[in-house]
Ligand binder design. Sequence first.
Ligand code: AMP
Length: 213
Amino acid sequence: MNLIFMGPPGAGKGTQARQIAEKYGIPQLSTGDMLRAAVKAGTEIGKKAKAAMESGGLVTDDIVVGIIADRIAEPDCKKGFILDGFPRTVAQAKALDSMLKERALKIDHVIDITCDTEALVSRITGRSTCAKCGEGYHKEHKKPAKEGVCDKCGGALTTRADDNEETVRNRLTVYDQQTAPVIGHYRHAGAFKTVDGMQEMNTVFKTLCSIIG
Ligand code: AMP
């Protein structure tokens, strides 16, 4: 089962991808997570990606396409994978098409999770994540019992450097200009579905499960 989760930053694709990955036993391939790890580790890729990530712009296509090409070749992707945050440009989508063709693979579902712009800004600027288990929190809608501590595992909650309002607004503009056209690339391919990300998280999850089967 090979899936692509699309949607603007804050629509919930990362959270949903994590839960779907767990339920179906396939890895969540988040280019954002992989790039953040590269920046943290100070690798060559991390050094090249850092400035674009800090401003809310996109990292170059060759870097992210290279990361995904290497990642889907790993053994844990044999059963399938969820692409979360990739492809983000039409050029990336085309590179993915050729990459899959070469390996005789196909995408089973492309799911676009939609959300209102102002809700996105409020969701992103209020969010934090457990550094240990990845559980997500929000300063208004999902507060942890103890501030800064994960309810599930006791890990420390962290906020992303690019989750401030200015950068978020730039990320949303970049999404409209460069990523929204990717929807057109997949819309006519057949397996494209839209899910309303304004619904309650559990409802979104159930809808995704019913699509995936
Ligand atoms: P995300 O965690 O998906 O919100 O990604 C965080 C940041 O990583 C983005 O704002 C981009 O700077 C960069 N990034 C992640 N995925 C991609 C991609 N597919 N293409 C280009 N840049 C990306």
